[in-house]
Design a protein around this ligand. Structure first.
Ligand SMILES: Nc1ncnc2c1ncn2[C@@H]1O[C@H](COP(=O)(O)OP(=O)(O)OP(=O)(O)O)[C@@H](O)[C@H]1O
Length: 412
């Protein structure tokens, strides 16, 4: 803060008793003029201080207004259910409480429809209609117009690729076949198996090969990140899919929203249940959804609620295991095809050694081997680099500190 400048010096009147009257008069006149100057300066300063005071009062008023606005801005979020003659029925997010309430007079009732998200104050009166949910949607869903993964990028799970193609590709490309034969195509495909075995890749590759868009939603995020919004986001997911046909919907970690019912009645469980019920109801209305195929994935098959496995829902189960030795060899091929690999690298014996490695582990191994070469200032990756990478990843396994996905014991 700046200090105010010191006050002007008070003029001093020095009258010598020896002075003549004329000299005295002149001294008094000069003194008077100096006093007038000081007075003028003080006046000016007073004026400045008044101006500054007015400015500060203005600032305080603005801060008060902003503070008020901030206080009243802590609204709750609700969804409009129905507009009635007696008022509007809203449902609060989080606790699902239904309330008959009214709109703030500033809102135009004609702009509001059932399904709109609104902000409500402490007395439940609707204050604002919120924008479309595109933000939450964008955060909760990964949308890829045309994924680039192809079946050639996936190794060691040929049988699974074939099954997924049959269940997902056929209904998208030859729907008339199913009509002629008189059967419904599988509604949903559930891929289950340990992490990092290529489940996501498989879903992306199918979308790519059928020129479909790919929309991914992670079950865990629905219940952890978007608390209270899971059911709505599931509804949005299917709405968005309908806008983008043909499309492959991929729900990763479906166990997070579709695990067996527990006895506890905590609100968290209730929220998960609501999300699952929404998913089931969307899937049940699937017949007339046209070019939408749905694939889910889980590492925890044992946890799944049987309700989601009923016919018409996820009725095609495909296990995606860790690759056997030939699969590992193929995955090594895939992940080294763009690498500058030295002649001494023996991928056959490496594949033998990588027992229990998932596809993702093999991808990490090749990257790690490349890093060893780079650290050494080489552009060619040698057998020793692969050995060093293997040893490093095995140490990670022993210390149990991951990132290696395949080394955790998952029950599936
Ligand atoms: N079968 C495979 N062939 C080639 N690469 C693979 C294979 N499986 C995994 N990978 C590699 O591992 C990465 C992760 O695989 P992906 O995300 O498909 O596994 P996931 O089974 O979906 O895992 P999670 O269950 O953890 O979601 C891929 O991007 C790829 O580099």
């Amino acid at each position: 803060m700046s200090r105010s400048p010191s006050l002007p010096e008070r003029p001093h009147l020095d009258l010598d008793p020896e002075m003549s009257d004329a000299e005295r008069l002149s001294a008094l006149r000069q003194h008077f003029e100096r006093m007038v100057d000081v007075n003028r300066e003080l006046d000016q300063r007073l004026q400045n201080a008044d101006d500054r005071h007015a400015e500060l009062v203005d600032e305080v008023d603005q801060m008060k207004a902003r503070n008020e606005a901030l206080k009243t801005a802590s609204y709750y979020i609700a969804t409009v259910e129905e507009l009635t003659d007696d008022g509007v029925i809203i449902k609060q997010h989080g606790n699902n409480q239904e309330v008959l309430t009214e709109f703030a007079p500033t809102l135009n009732i004609d702009d509001i429809e059932p399904g709109d998200r609104v902000a409500i104050n402490d007395s439940f009166a609707v204050q604002t209609v919120l924008d479309d949910e595109t933000d939450a949607r964008a955060q909760a869903m990964e949308v890829v117009e045309s994924p680039t993964v192809t079946y050639d990028d996936i190794g060691g799970i040929d049988e699974q690729v074939r099954e997924v193609r049959e269940a997902v590709e056929q209904p998208l490309e030859n729907p008339e076949m199913f009509e002629e034969v008189g059967i419904d195509p599988p509604a949903g495909v559930l891929l289950y198996g340990p992490p990092g075995t290529g489940k996501t890749m498989l879903a992306k590759a199918v979308a790519n090969e059928t020129n479909a868009s790919f929309i991914k939603m992670a079950g865990s995020e629905l219940v952890q990140k978007f608390i209270g919004e899971g059911a709505r986001l599931v509804r949005d997911l299917f709405k968005l899919a309908a806008e983008r046909e043909p499309v492959v919907i991929f729900i990763d970690e479906i166990d997070a929203v579709a695990s067996k019912r527990t006895d506890s009645k905590t609100s968290g469980d209730a929220e998960v249940q609501r999300t699952m019920m929404q998913l089931l109801s969307e899937m049940d209305g699937f017949d007339d959804r046209g070019d939408i195929r749905i694939i889910a994935a889980t590492n925890r098959f044992d946890m799944l609620d049987e309700a989601i496995l009923r016919p018409g829902r996820f009725d095609r189960l495909i296990e995606v295991p860790k690759p056997a030795v030939e699969g590992r060899r193929r995955i090594l091929d895939i992940h080294t095809r763009d690498m500058n690999v030295a002649d001494d690298v023996d991928l056959d014996s490496l594949a033998e050694e990588l027992d229990d490695y998932s596809g993702a582990d093999i991808a990490s191994l090749t990257t790690e081997a490349g890093m060893f070469a780079i650290r050494d200032g080489r552009t060619e990756v040698t057998g020793a680099d692969f050995d060093a990478a293997h040893e490093k990843l095995s140490n990670v396994e022993e210390s149990g500190t991951g990132p290696i996905s395949g080394f955790t014991d998952y029950q599936y």
